[in-house]
Ligand binder design. Structure first.
Ligand code: BT5
Length: 251
């Protein structure tokens, strides 16, 4: 392991200001931090962190790769109100992650719908939401200290790290504590007032707006984030289509 110290409770908890991270479960290695929280019955705000995942996952069965001690790999247990829309929560988490990246680096981050976080057009963080009974396990991976050789190459969106974008070795504990803070603030705001007040902040980071894309058989130009978490695809000569799930393939 190189880079900043391990993200143990002693290192991270003094930096956490809000109510999340109770309990805070750290492991050097695990399959996936998602599995540490799934089925655990722990309260909202429980956090699982690892230095390395042997089976880190993305959406739709895809893999999430890391180098030990060079990323932030965190899952947070949330208990949103019953009936809350998961696609919206996914935007909330994407926004909070983008803001944490911006806060730490001072650079503008983009959000590639639904919730990839980009720096300089490259993917620096990914978000995975998984339902667990009434709870949602919300997983976030941020590439902090990887060199290019430590990142996957065969990816649809090129991967990057905070180090590669800024030539700065950021302290992972600061990145993690900042992320827990932005997540808590945005999550509480969404619980209280819904997605509407967050739309301007999302739209300002919309990395796909104006790009040609395809969703299944439908081709068009990507528009704005809709209030329900879907994104608009403007189809030439047709009615705009709202895309709610799946992938947008850039053309
Ligand atoms: C995601 O999925 O981007 C969600 C990633 C969530 C990871 C966190 S880490 C903590 C928690 N525990 C877990 O097991 N998962 C969560 P998706 O949009 O499906 O993107 C996955 C794709 O991103 C892969 O198929 C690769 O193309 C690419 N990829 C894999 N590792 C990457 C990395 N480190 N950086 C950038 N791109 C990566």
């Amino acid at each position: 392991m190189d880079g900043s110290p391990a993200l143990t409770a002693e290192v991270v908890l003094p930096l956490v200001r809000g109510r999340f991270a109770v309990p805070y479960l750290w492991q050097e290695t695990c399959r996936s931090t998602q599995d540490v929280l799934r089925g655990s019955g722990l309260p909202e705000g429980a956090v699982a962190v690892a230095e390395h995942q042997t089976a880190g996952r993305g959406r739709s069965g895809r893999q999430w790769e890391d180098r030990e001690g060079q990323a932030v790999l965190v899952s947070v247990l949330l208990r949103p109100p019953s009936g809350a829309a998961l696609p919206q929560l996914s935007l909330v988490v994407g926004l909070a992650t983008a803001e944490a990246v911006e806060f730490v680096t001072g650079l503008a981050a983009g959000i590639k719908w639904p919730n990839d976080v980009l720096l300089g057009g490259r993917k620096v963080a990914g978000v995975l939401l998984e339902g667990d009974g009434d709870a949602v396990v919300c997983g976030i991976g941020v590439n902090v200290a990887q060199q290019a050789s430590g990142l996957p190459v065969q990816t649809p969106v090129a991967a990057t790290s905070l180090l590669l974008e800024t030539a700065t070795a950021f302290d992972r504990a600061t990145v993690l504590a900042t992320l827990l803070d932005t997540l808590e603030r945005r999550y509480d705001s969404w619980r209280h007032d819904g997605i509407e007040p967050l739309l301007p902040a999302l739209e300002a980071r919309n990395a796909l707006r104006g790009r040609r894309a395809r969703a299944g058989p439908v081709e068009g130009v990507v528009g704005s984030f809709g209030h329900d978490g879907r994104i608009v695809l403007d189809v030439e000569g047709g009615t705009p289509v709202l895309i709610g799930t799946g992938e947008l393939v850039l053309l």
